[in-house]
Design a protein. Structure first.
Length: 385
């Protein structure tokens, strides 16, 4: 069945680039970075013949791909079995190269179906899992997947060095592919945002500075450092006219609530819960400084969002953070866990003169253009060709 037959859309010639793509999860209302994959896949499908396998989804999306298969809604075992058979189907239809986002089990399966039949397996991973103790079986299986794939794909040169070091992967076997952001889409969204209405809805006082944290509330993402940072900012550095908006949820949520009470920060910190990705721009549009005190990162999308909205940020020096940060902001990259220095950096940004602040905003907006989705799609297709 051709693309034209399956979706009633444009057909591809036999010379079109063919690709099988595995996405671990799809939810149009997702608050996670996975929400970035759907528009990326759709743009790739405009230029290539894509067989899409989604391991888990609440619904079957139409992203313009030639074929779309959903492995499972719930069962992990059923998901793996169906994924295996979809891989066989894709290979039988002539798809030779495959790209897998994060799922090491799918990468392992693909290494048999594609790798053993002359195809190439590209597997994306970008984090710091070696910093955390994991079940031995999982660790062994993941290392096995790394040995069997053709190429590991990660976000920055620095991350490539770290993966090579910790997993003994040859640098020739590692490709670098930056994350992306859709500048045109965000430009359209920004034109519809009414900042005064958003602040009124959130009951933010006039001239009150807005700090923003957007991430899972986990220790890996540094959520447990937030209240100490805010406490230092409020009492040690005597900055009081601000509110911290925390968008996210996770295992540290209750601990953060307890710390807010202990530090008497109820009027300084507001927990918003998960915010869908298609609404998060509202919060970046009113933010004065973005906070990312993470203990683990790879290539954080949230920093791209912060840049495109012209929001200065203070972040920790983990993963590829410093590599993707504009030079003018690198002075605000802090060591993990040094919460007093982190708070001091936030203070410096909050008290900058208007012309200095504008210079940072302008450099952010210029720097982030290199990560535009259009650029990334072209690089991606060149990489897997």
């Amino acid at each position: 069945m051709t693309k034209h037959q399956e979706h009633g859309k444009k057909d591809f010639s036999n010379n079109s680039q063919k690709l099988c793509y595995i996405c671990p999860f799809y939810d149009k209302d997702s608050a996670t970075h996975i929400s970035y994959l759907a528009p990326f896949i759709k743009k790739v499908a405009d230029k290539a013949d894509v067989f899409l396998i989604i391991e888990k989804a609440n619904e079957k999306p139409d992203l313009g791909t030639a074929y779309t298969r959903v492995s499972s809604k719930k069962s992990k075992v059923f998901k793996i079995i169906k994924t295996f058979f979809y891989l066989i189907e894709a290979r039988a239809k002539g798809y030779k190269n495959i790209y897998i986002h994060y799922s090491f089990s799918a990468a392992y399966l693909a290494s048999w179906v594609f790798g053993k039949t002359g195809g190439k397996v590209f597997y994306w991973n970008c984090g710091m899992p070696w910093n955390y103790k994991r079940p031995k079986v999982r660790d062994w299986f993941e290392r096995l997947a790394y040995r069997r794939i053709n190429f590991l794909v990660t976000g920055t040169d620095g991350m490539a060095d770290l993966y090579s070091k910790h997993y003994k992967i040859s640098k020739e076997k590692i490709k670098v592919m930056a994350n992306w952001i859709d500048l045109e889409k965000i430009k359209n969204q920004k034109s519809k945002i009414k900042i005064d209405d958003i602040k009124k809805e959130l009951n933010i006082k006039e001239n009150q500075k807005v700090l923003l944290f957007v991430h899972r509330l986990s220790k890996r993402k540094g959520a447990h450092h937030l209240t100490e940072i805010i406490n230092s900012l409020n009492f040690k550095f005597q900055i009081s006219n601000f509110i911290l908006l925390v968008a996210g949820n996770g295992p540290e949520a209750e601990n953060i609530k307890h710390q807010i009470t202990n530090y008497k920060l109820n009027d300084k910190v507001r927990l918003l819960g998960w915010i869908p990705q298609n609404k998060i721009g509202d919060y970046f549009s009113i933010a004065d400084v973005f906070l990312m005190p993470s203990e683990e990162e790879g290539f954080p999308h949230v920093l791209l969002e912060s840049m495109v909205y012209g929001v200065p940020f203070v972040a920790t020096d983990v993963g590829g953070v410093k590599e993707i940060t504009p030079p003018i902001l690198r002075v605000y990259i802090q060591k993990v866990g040094n919460n007093e220095n982190f708070a001091k950096a936030v203070k410096e940004l909050l008290t900058l003169k208007e012309d200095e602040l504008q210079k940072i905003k302008d450099e952010e907006r210029g720097w982030v253009k290199r990560y535009d989705i259009k650029v990334s799609v072209e690089r991606f297709l060149e990489m897997i060709e």
